[in-house]
Write a protein that binds this ligand. Structure first.
Ligand code: NAP
Length: 478
């Protein structure tokens, strides 16, 4: 069989030790891979490449479409963005898959309960798009953008992933009860898409209850799909349930490129000391083999890991300095155990994953009807609402728009409702057309009138799509 080429990024700190061990074990399992070694992270930042990802690494990934990556450090004072996040975003690896299962010899308060679940986390949208602004010197803003297309890709991925691993149930955990549009997008997507997967059960769960249930009864979960930040937080929680970062692999899957890496970072204090646990990177490599269709070799390695751990050959992160074995001894033992199976610790049967097929159109969702009904103009003002409100009313006197309300951080403060609020200097003024559609001419008129006395910071148009309000009301707004 022809050798498949894989871009190997050894990474920083403990990265090279982890990837060396993984490479050695994969080769010993008989898989022929041409490793194209490329760099990213600390050394690259220090060489002056602001993104942390140099051109020749990008060229290699464009060619191989497959990456095994050690952790990358973000040195303080270099680069604004993490090279890890840059890599995930550059190749639209929209799904972050983080499996956790119980391992032999790794004792936790949950041992014996058979935890075996997968977090499928959206990887490129949500608050982690990092679109941030200071509205005023004292009020910060992050945009939480969730698209229907992005939600559909990740929800379909969760179902497809469940099928490929013979799993039975997908939970979608969201905060749709509060963020009805953004988090609600994923909930509505689940309701639509689930019908196409009648062989898999599905259920929506509110994400805070999901956190509670994960600590109380984690074994009830099979696949949990979440938006980016929720998935980030809860997948760290799930890693801790089975013994921590040394056992937490991950895959970043996109339609074009797949990047396999451990969840953990470069743990620089352990670099070169031959003490770290390479299992997370190794199991990321195992997931890569399955992605490549190398099911037999993948299971052979996973079984060898089970036998090795069951025999007590475990690194110091679990057994401590006195009993933990060196990284190289652990690696050699896994190699010696290739071909052996534990009678107690089973490995799943896997099928090739069918990557979700989602329409590539940019205007993925179009409304049959649309109307702009108003505008929210955000302003900076140190005035109290009872002074600010009349001043804004006066500025728009004689125009064709009305001031519906002013709020502070989502709570209506003008006209007064009797609420007791501690306001900041960032306010939102909601203007509506007195009749008909709110035109751009009205918008420019309102902005120029208000700007005569107040600093405005940003504008949001208020739409009705398909006859439905496409903006939320403030707390206390009628
Ligand atoms: P970290 O590197 O994950 O290390 C945190 C702690 O986890 C270590 O001190 C160690 O715990 C334990 N640990 C992690 N991996 C281990 C392994 N393979 N074997 C044994 N123990 C392991 O997190 P950090 O210290 O916050 O971050 C260090 C650097 O990594 C930063 O520059 C950060 O930006 C980067 N980072 C990269 C990635 C990535 O590449 N995907 C992810 C996270 C962080 P004890 O101290 O308890 O022994």
């Amino acid at each position: 069989m022809a050798k498949r080429t894989v871009t190997l990024i050894p990474g920083d700190g403990i990265g090279p030790e982890c990837t060396d061990a993984t490479k050695k074990i994969i080769e010993a399992a008989g898989v022929q891979i041409e490793w194209e070694v490329r760099h990213a992270g600390e050394s690259v930042f220090k060489a002056g490449v602001a993104s942390g990802v140099p051109r020749d690494t990008m060229d290699s990934i464009k060619k191989t479409r497959l990456v095994l990556k050690g952790p990358l450090g973000t040195p303080i004072g270099h680069g604004e963005k993490s090279a890890n996040v840059t890599l995930r975003k550059l190749y639209e690896t929209y799904a972050n898959i983080r499996p956790v299962r119980e391992f032999p010899g790794v004792t936790t308060p949950y041992s014996g309960r058979g935890i075996d679940l997968v977090v499928v986390r959206e990887n490129v949208e949500d608050l982690y798009a990092g679109i941030e602004y200071m509205q005023t010197p004292g009020v910060a803003e992050t945009l939480k953008l969730i698209s229907r297309k992005g939600s559909e890709k990740i929800v379909r991925m969760a179902f497809e992933f469940a099928r490929s691993e013979g799993r039975k149930k997908v939970h979608v955990a969201t905060k749709a009860n509060i963020m009805k549009f953004s988090e609600g997008m994923m909930k509505r997507t689940l309701e639509d898409v689930a019908k196409e997967y009648p062989d898999i059960q599905s259920e929506h769960i509110i994400v805070d209850n999901c956190a509670h249930q994960l600590v109380k009864k984690p074994e009830q979960f099979d696949v949990i799909c979440m938006t980016n930040m929720n998935g980030d937080i809860l997948s760290d929680l799930t890693s801790a349930l089975v013994g921590g970062l040394g056992f937490a692999p991950s895959a970043n899957l996109g339609n074009e490129v797949a990047i396999f890496e451990a969840v953990h970072g470069s743990a620089p204090k352990y670099a070169g000391k031959n003490v770290i646990n390479p299992t997370a990177v190794l199991l990321s490599g195992v997931a890569m083999l399955r992605y490549m269709g190398e099911f037999e070799a993948a299971s052979k390695i996973e079984n060898a890991v089970m036998v090795t751990l069951e025999s007590g050959c475990i690194t110091r992160d679990i057994l401590g300095d006195a009993k933990g074995v060196p990284t190289t001894k652990y690696t050699d033992t896994v190699i010696a155990n290739l071909g052996k199976k534990s009678s107690k610790w089973k490995v799943r049967e896997y099928k090739a994953i069918k990557m979700p097929n989602v329409d590539l159109r940019q205007d993925f969702v179009s409304a049959a009807s649309r109307k702009t009904v108003g505008v929210d103009l955000f302003i900076e003002s140190a005035k109290k609402p009872e002074v600010l409100g009349p001043s804004v009313e006066k500025l728009i006197e004689g125009s064709s728009v009305s001031l519906k309300m002013i709020d502070s951080r989502g709570t209506k403060v003008y006209p007064a409702t009797g609420a007791i609020t501690d306001n900041t200097d960032a306010f939102r003024c909601r203007f509506m057309a007195k009749s008909g559609e709110f035109t751009d001419a009205q918008l420019f008129d309102v902005v120029s009138r208000v700007a005569k006395e107040h600093k405005w910071t940003h504008i949001e148009k208020l739409h009705e799509f398909d006859g439905k309000l496409s903006y939320t009301k403030a707390q206390g707004e009628d």
